[in-house]
Write a protein that binds this ligand. Structure first.
Ligand SMILES: [Zn+2]
Length: 259
């Protein structure tokens, strides 16, 4: 049985900037991201209310705030998950490994890479095979890789993970805790598009069945990293970097567009 936190009609503090976040809209629990070739799941009859911050535009749901990691595993990251995220196992990590090699391959000998939220280690296995000396996967939802990493890493990758975090400020803090200084986080999460006000809850990226519960505006993204002393930069609406001190190996990225 799904047990969600009841939606209060009062505005609650934004999870990023603490300003009032009133109710914004709702979707069925089974609403999944509209990825081509994905199944359309039957309605569950369980509505998932979302809120949007009046100040930073952060879109989130607090319906799962009382869930334990086991609840997420039972209801979202379960046997049905692959049907709503078919790129999770192979296609996306291989493509991301290619991106990391393309952008940082020339400096690989100096890099200690941590893939945060890396799922099945496919990305890091590709990097190790390509000659990256240290490439370690950490993912609290995957038992084989749930052991917290030791030491600091000068390149932390974090693909398609922030939107899954029930407490994104704390989650980003966990990413930053592993980051050397100087050091760079290369991460992806899709920002709300220009026409978000027209799309509202019809935006394709909204999908509690995919575990998408924290969806950032650019302002929300900047503010969330700033809590941990990090600046952010973006190559596009999906691919970003964060850093306290920009490391030498990444300075060639300044002013450049990747992907
Ligand atoms: Zn906010």
């Amino acid at each position: 049985m799904l047990s969600l936190k009841p939606a209060s009609t009062e505005a609650t503090p934004c999870k990023i900037c603490r300003q009032p976040a009133p109710l914004f809209g709702l979707v069925d629990f089974n609403r999944n991201c509209q990825i081509p070739d994905c199944v359309k799941l039957p309605l569950t009859g369980t509505p998932v209310y979302h809120r949007r911050c009046s100040a930073c535009g952060f879109l989130f749901t607090d319906a799962f705030d009382d869930w334990s990691p086991d609840d997420f595993k039972t209801h979202i990251y379960n046997g049905g998950y692959l049907a709503v995220d078919p790129g999770y196992q192979e296609a996306r990590p291989r493509s991301n490994a290619g991106l990391v090699q393309q952008v940082f391959g020339a400096h690989k000998a100096t890099l200690r890479v941590l893939d945060f939220g890396g799922g099945n280690d496919v990305l890091c296995a590709d990097l190790r095979a390509a000659g990256f000396p240290v490439a370690i996967t950490y993912d609290p939802f995957v038992p084989e890789y749930a052991k917290p990493p030791e030491g600091k890493f000068n390149l932390v990758t974090c693909f398609e993970t922030l939107e899954h975090m029930p407490d994104p400020v704390a989650g980003i803090g966990a990413v930053v805790a592993n980051l050397a200084d100087p050091g760079l986080v290369l991460f992806s999460t899709l920002l709300q598009p220009q026409n978000f006000d027209q799309l509202g809850m019809n935006w394709w990226y909204v999908g509690p069945r995919n575990g998408h519960i924290s969806m950032f505006s650019r302002d929300a993204l900047n503010k969330a990293w700033r809590v941990h002393g990090c600046q952010t930069g973006s190559f596009n609406d999906n691919l970003h970097v964060a850093f306290r001190t920009m490391p030498e190996f990444a300075k060639h990225l300044l002013g450049r567009t990747v992907a």
